[in-house]
Design a binder for this molecule. Structure first.
Ligand SMILES: CC(C)(COP(=O)(O)OP(=O)(O)OC[C@H]1O[C@@H](n2cnc3c(N)ncnc32)[C@H](O)[C@@H]1OP(=O)(O)O)[C@@H](O)C(=O)NCCC(=O)NCCS
Length: 173
């Protein structure tokens, strides 16, 4: 399999929406991505695509969020959403997207990332329950689905609080 993971470009936008629509079976996540592109923080987001023989088959987005504890605010990145075309799932493409995204996040100076997702999937890449650091979701979610990862040693030392997502996330059902 000739898999390439690279940054998105504008000409990928249509296919990224399609991948999300197909993977999630609904349009909400694709619309979320389109809305986030209009957010001024999008310049600090990491948006990667997975390509096989010039066909886009997967996408991952990391968007800046804050972990806030009263006046103490830490910058982090939320992994959301990610999607692989159904016919290409379970071949390791999602894993490659996660690894590449976390590496890029680290290179960009981020010390942590968080994710709300499958409890058996993300721990394979080093995510642990965010509760371990007293990091909470702003929504009511099962504790085991809300996870964080340190991108550098002690990246979440003395970090705790509630994650603040941009308002665009409130509309995702
Ligand atoms: C989640 C997703 C991106 C993974 O992509 P992928 O290319 O299939 O991932 P990989 O091949 O690297 O890993 C597949 C593993 O994920 C696991 N997995 C997939 N969906 C899962 C789920 N809902 N819950 C738990 N594990 C899941 C598979 O069982 C497989 O496990 P294994 O490695 O032990 O065999 C893909 O399944 C997808 O697009 N799903 C629909 C959209 C979605 O749920 N996105 C994530 C939102 S948090």
């Amino acid at each position: 399999m000739n898999l390439v993971v690279r940054f998105e470009s504008e000409r990928d936008y249509y296919q990224i929406k399609h991948i999300n629509d197909m993977a999630f079976g609904q349009e909400n996540e694709g619309i979320l991505i389109e809305n986030l592109r209009k957010n001024q923080q999008y310049v600090n987001a990491i948006s990667l695509v997975a390509e096989i023989n010039d066909k886009l088959v997967g996408h991952i987005l990391f968007f800046p969020v804050q972990i806030a504890n009263n006046e103490k605010i830490h910058q982090s990145l939320a992994l959301a959403p990610m999607a692989v075309l159904p016919a290409y799932q379970n071949q390791g493409i999602g894993g490659e997207l996660i690894r590449a995204g976390l590496e890029e996040a680290k290179d960009n100076g981020y010390k942590s990332a968080i994710v709300l997702g499958h409890k058996d999937y993300y721990p394979k890449f080093g995510f642990k329950m965010a509760k371990n650091w007293n990091i909470r979701a702003p929504y009511t979610v099962p504790l085991e689905n809300f996870m964080a990862i340190e991108l550098v040693e002690k990246g979440l030392n003395y970090v705790s609080g509630t994650v603040r997502y941009p308002a665009e996330f409130n509309d995702v059902g």
